[in-house]
Design a protein around this ligand. Sequence first.
Ligand SMILES: [Fe+2]
Length: 487
Amino acid sequence: MGATDTNAFSEIPVLSGGFAPIAHELTLDLTDIEGEIPKDLTGMYVRNGPNRRFEAPGRYHWFDGDGMLHAVRFKGGKAQYQNRWVMTDSLQEEIAAGSALWQGIKDPPRKDRPDMPMKNTSNTDVKFYAGTLVTMWYLGGAVYQCRPDDLSTMGKLAVDPRLAGLPISAHSKVDQRTGEFLFFAYGKEAPYMHYGVMDRFGKLKTFIPVQLPGPRLPHDMAITPNYSILHDLPLFYDMDAFAAGRHKLKFHHTLPSRFGVVPRHGTPEQIRWFEASATYMYHVSNAWEEDDGQGGVEIVMTGTPFRLPRDHKGTLDVAGFPKMLANLEHDFQFHEWRFNLRTGQTKERVIDDIVNQEFPVINCWMQGYKTRYSWNVLMGRLNRAEDPRFCGFARYDLKQDTCTTFHAGVHKWFSEAPFAPKDNWKEEDDGYLVGFMWDDEKNQSYLTIFDAHDISRGPVCKIRMPQRVPNGFHATWVSGERLARGY
Ligand SMILES: [Fe+2]
């Protein structure tokens, strides 16, 4: 088995075309520019994603690759690109061995490695916390820290001994206003979930067990200034198969979705569970607190659950739904839940079931506060199985109840594009969407910058990348002001 050679993967859908891994780590000024890089854009865009270093025996899945950060730094109308692997413990072991030591998620875990039966690739999310870039893995594991100035890996985030070995989920939240790191961890043994908060220096302030009815597969959480919202969704294991040691997914459509609302620094006894219609979701757009008009507080949460598959009679395709997930077939709607802390009741509504979109982003300074806008990624429908295409963007204006979209045909593959506020921004949408785009006809990657106020005009600036940037997962924007402040 050799190191990454893109030709070796050319027949494997999840490792060919725009998904093929790259072999080089570069640091280069970007000079091939259409339009103008905005001069009021200061900071860095960083995107995480899978980039397999070694061939491995067994079956491949897009999610398996080793984490690689791709960053573009902006200052004074100029931009510089850099990419580096996240040097996880497992990748270092493989480099030392000169070959893959783990198979992917489609194959059985390693029985001889109870410390790491599956490879924590740290390839899923990236946030700015405690002055560093922290990378995380969707199945949960140690969090890695990288230096913002050169993307080099510092090692695992040092955590309180109470968190040792705890699989911290990919979608931990950083509250930009306090610098706190809010996280959940989930597993196969009771109590099945934990929730915690670290302060901006890494000190564990809150850590509580969250008792669930059984093992669950939550992907995200939400925060407001005073509360955190945890997910218990009815798509999880077939428990008969689970008892026999197999991990077969099942949609338990007769169970409700449950959302646990807990004070940010609360106790297990303070968790209040709200029931909602059965669904499964990956990502939250935002959450906030509202006065319910009768002296109570209502927690509002927006996000992008699946549009559940149904047959021509409208009957839910219960068995088809887990297969849809496994094949990365994507059909999503935009949704709102309201959890009333006074009455204990949930109200929910579909915001949009027309546009297929996911990966919502907001102006992150407004995380936890009422937001008017959400910018989501359009999901293409022409994809092969296991080959999702992010084909453009949708801009939701929740005040006007409108949606504006931009896409550019079937050959453009976009990427999660975080909202990058202009220097000295005032209005919520005073900024840009910054993200990578791969053109499959030209086999060329670009960085695109959209005016967040009007995405329909297409990118205001398009920068040719010096190498293809493989399709990836989550990204973040770290403003110059945050870099200087350290949280
Ligand atoms: Fe995610």
